[in-house]
Design a protein around this ligand. Structure first.
Ligand code: MN
Length: 212
């Protein structure tokens, strides 16, 4: 996707993640927060036609090479668009179990079990100070690791493949569980789309952001 960026539709109804993620939160998170990132990214790029055919991933990989006045707006709003599209696409009503295949094998060899990975990912999400994200990422050889970013930073400058992403900004949970991030994370695990995560993992070694 590139300029002019549009709101990627939710792949399910706003109430479909109940009772784990509430309707109001999904409506505001997708319809207001993500829409605002889309709008502000477009606004930032409006006067810079040289970048209108750049895919979002290329903009995010090349932040340092952008004109000074674009660097922070693209980092924050472009990252907001990228991260949220990934977040909403890796959830599904009632969740989807982890299929047999390369991701399951890699999880078992890295963490011993899916339950242990979940415990590690939860700890990572709890340890993000302020606003940010906890991720499962893969390097170009398929080696998995847990990754954290602040604000709307992405895994793209590190040239890693995103497998799964957990939003730990307060706007992802405050309406339902207020300050209890741990409760949100426990709820969120019930709607994780591990099938999509497995499909994302299959792209390791194929996606090289330095060549996008
Ligand atoms: Mn968010």
């Amino acid at each position: 996707m590139h300029y002019k960026f549009t709101l990627q539709p939710l792949p399910y109804a706003p109430d479909a993640l109940e009772p784990f993620i509430d309707t109001k939160t999904v409506e505001i998170h997708h319809g207001k927060h993500l829409q605002t990132y889309v709008d502000n990214l477009n606004k930032a790029l409006e006067g810079h036609p040289d970048y209108h055919n750049w895919p979002l991933e290329k903009l995010l990989y090349s932040l340092d090479q952008l004109p000074q006045e674009l660097q922070i707006p693209v980092r924050n709003n472009g990252g907001g668009v990228y991260n949220h599209n990934l977040y909403f696409s890796t959830m599904a009503p009632g969740g989807r179990p982890l299929p047999n295949g390369p991701l399951k094998d890699a999880i078992n060899s890295t963490w011993g079990s899916l339950d242990n990975l979940k415990a590690q990912l939860k700890a990572a999400g709890l340890s993000v100070f302020g606003s940010g994200w906890a991720w499962i990422v893969a390097d170009s050889l398929g080696q998995l690791s847990i990754f954290k970013t602040a604000n709307q930073d992405t895994q793209i400058p590190a040239n890693l493949t995103a497998v799964l992403i957990m939003d730990v900004w307060e706007h992802a949970y405050y309406l339902k569980v207020q300050n209890r991030r741990a409760d949100y994370i426990d709820n969120w695990f019930n709607v994780v789309n591990w099938e999509q995560a497995a499909a994302n993992y299959d792209k390791y070694g194929v996606t090289d952001y330095s060549k996008v």
